[in-house]
Design a protein around this ligand. Structure first.
Ligand SMILES: *[C@@H]1O[C@H](CO)[C@@H](O)[C@H](O)[C@H]1NC(C)=O
Ligand SMILES: *[C@@H]1O[C@H](CO)[C@@H](O)[C@H](O)[C@H]1NC(C)=O
Ligand SMILES: *[C@@H]1O[C@H](CO)[C@@H](O)[C@H](O)[C@H]1NC(C)=O
Ligand SMILES: *[C@@H]1O[C@H](CO)[C@@H](O)[C@H](O)[C@H]1NC(C)=O
Length: 552
């Protein structure tokens, strides 16, 4: 430091120390109800100026100057170069004049109403702007009242962007007997109103002095190169007829621009809409900007077209592209639904197969049950007399007595007595004598079925006519159906007429004498199934158990 500068520096220091709390501005605003003072800024310390008296005047319009003394108001005190109000009120507003010898100074005081809803009065704030990341200090130091202050609290209110003047959410952030403060590197969240409330006692009475700073944080002035988020080319899978939103977002500087390059003039993009952009500030004073491009009711025209989004900054440009692709059809069905569908189909298939198998296996039972259920009777209108003509070996030799018994005793017992059919058994129903051949023919014509009890020995001259007549009726006239009962296993069917061979596989029942003991057995069910449907009342007086043939 040069010697010439020393006196100047000393003078500045001195000025600061003596005038630290003096009132240099001409227009002053105070808040009603708070302690307030006006202090003359003198270059000389107060104690050195004791020779000439200090006088204070208030100029109240037409009344001229009124000299102020402690006796003129209990709220006024004179303290060296200072005029103190305990507290200042609305009617204290006006011009004040300080006089000491030839020195005069005057101020214009305005007193504003207290804001009852808030911890501070919005008309009385000190605004400061701090750049982000720079040093931010808020201190409540109040040098003039320093020695009187009992306790000071620091409150913070967030700025309300929508209604600046409605801020009233005062939160106490620090409390200290003397001087609460904050010191930090500024961040955007530090923005807001900081209010110091100092409580002090004067003559045993409590007063509050408030001081409010409106701190604004300014963005970093060093620009970044803005970049768009995401890959340079984005392929988006879409479905025709649906809507899609393309989100273009970037980290940008205050003055940068993000926009979609979509031309609407020539009507190429009638279903494409650029939405309002969105900006969120970051703690570094930059912005997260995003802009949506909405494509409604996607058509083929929107596919394979390059939708470009650009960010422009002072020194750079960045572009990303979005291309819509048609979603594969397979993708239409979400995987789990597809799997579920397959499982359900398989189950249904299995159920159907089971049902069909059951129906095939129990076809006979189902048909019988169905006949019983609806009481079907196909014998009423055909004009026939017998339900079946029984054709069997009539020679009663020792080798084939069982066949005879079966045809003449067991069949009638079951079919006639138990199930109510009417059989025609030649031996029983035809009176001996007369024209046998004609008789047989007319009896077969009057029967609905021809039951042939078949064995190796069956083909004899006696039955030949029955058989041929029946086959004629069955195959040519189609008026009778033939039921073959294979009584003894027949290994060789060649002895039968070839036309009978045709029927063989369809209507052959195998009789096994030792197995068919009950009316419910499969043999009788199958026989009933082949017999015409008939509504009859079975005669239940017969024994339910059939005689075992081998015993008879
Ligand atoms: C502050 O006020 C309390 C209660 O009125 C008193 O006890 C205390 O001494 C005061 N402190 C100062 C520094 O004046
Ligand atoms: C002073 O401020 C305190 C809160 O810091 C408040 O409780 C008290 O009522 C205030 N007193 C006056 C006279 O304003
Ligand atoms: C767009 O993307 C940005 C950044 O990924 C995100 O903050 C914003 O919420 C998104 N906008 C919409 C509408 O999804
Ligand atoms: C988008 O960018 C690509 C490649 O830079 C360009 O070929 C295409 O024409 C652009 N599309 C639009 C609509 O500007």
């Amino acid at each position: 430091m040069h010697c010439r500068e020393l006196p100047l520096a000393l003078f500045v220091l001195m000025f600061i120390s003596t005038s630290e709390a003096c009132t240099s501005r001409f227009r002053i605003t105070a808040v009603e109800g708070e302690p307030f003072y006006l202090k003359y800024c003198s270059s000389l310390p107060e104690h050195e100026s004791g020779k000439s008296a200090v006088r204070w005047y208030k100029s109240s319009g037409s009344h001229g100057h009124v000299e102020l003394s402690p006796s003129s108001s209990p709220r006024i005190a004179l303290h060296g170069y200072a005029l103190e109000f305990w507290p200042v009120e609305l009617d204290d507003a006006g011009s004040y004049i300080f006089q000491r010898g030839n020195d005069t100074h005057n101020w214009k005081l305005n007193v504003t109403r207290r804001d009852k809803n808030s911890c501070f009065t919005k008309k009385l704030v000190v605004s400061r702007t701090v750049e982000v990341k720079q040093y931010l200090q808020v201190t409540c130091e109040n040098r003039y009242y320093q020695n009187l202050v009992n306790r000071t609290s620091l409150y913070k209110s967030l700025p309300n962007h929508w209604d600046f003047y409605s801020t009233n959410d005062c939160k106490k952030i620090a409390e200290n007997n003397k001087n609460p403060f904050i010191q930090k590197n500024a961040e955007f969240k530090d923005q807001g109103f900081y209010t110091c409330v100092s409580s002090l006692y004067h003559n045993g009475k409590l007063f509050n002095v408030t001081k409010t700073f409106n701190i604004a944080i300014a963005g970093d002035r060093n620009n970044i190169n803005p970049v768009l988020f995401g890959p340079e080319v984005n392929h988006i899978e879409v479905e025709l007829g649906k809507d899609v939103q393309l989100n273009c977002s970037a980290l940008i500087n205050d003055m940068d621009l993000v926009y979609w390059n979509v031309l609407k003039e020539n009507g190429t993009n009638p279903n494409v809409y650029e939405e309002e952009g969105m900006r969120i500030s970051t703690s570094e004073g930059k912005w997260h900007a995003s802009k949506i491009l909405r494509i409604e009711n996607i058509t083929e025209n929107n596919l394979n077209f390059s939708y470009n989004c650009t960010v422009v900054s002072e020194g750079s440009v960045d572009t990303i592209r979005f291309i819509l692709l048609k979603k594969e059809d397979m993708g239409d069905i979400p995987g789990h639904i597809f799997t579920r569908g397959m499982i359900i189909s398989a189950l249904v298939l299995v159920a159907v197969v089971c049902l069909v198998t059951m129906c095939v296996m129990y076809r006979v039972d189902l048909v019988l049950f169905y006949r019983h259920l609806i009481g079907r009777d196909e014998t009423l209108t055909d004009g026939k007399i017998y339900d079946a003509f029984v054709s069997y070996l009539k020679e009663c030799g020792p080798d084939h007595g069982e066949e005879h018994t079966f045809a003449v005793e067991i069949l009638p017992r079951v079919l006639e007595k138990h199930f109510g059919y009417k059989l025609c058994i030649f031996e029983r129903d035809v009176v001996p004598g007369g024209a046998v051949v004609d008789e047989i023919h007319s009896l077969i014509e009057k029967s609905r079925r021809l039951i042939i009890v078949l064995s190796e020995n069956y083909m004899s001259n006696e039955v030949r006519y029955e058989l041929e007549s029946g086959l004629h009726e069955a195959l040519v006239e189609r008026k009778i159906k033939i039921i073959l009962i294979e009584f003894t296993p027949v290994s060789n069917f060649t002895f039968l007429p070839q036309s009978l061979e045709l029927l063989k596989s369809h209507r052959v029942l195998k009789w096994k004498s030792d197995q068919y003991l009950s009316y419910d057995s499969r043999f009788w069910k199958n026989l009933l199934y082949l017999m015409p449907a008939k509504k009859v009342k079975p005669e239940r007086d017969e024994a339910e158990v059939l005689p075992v043939l081998s015993e008879s």
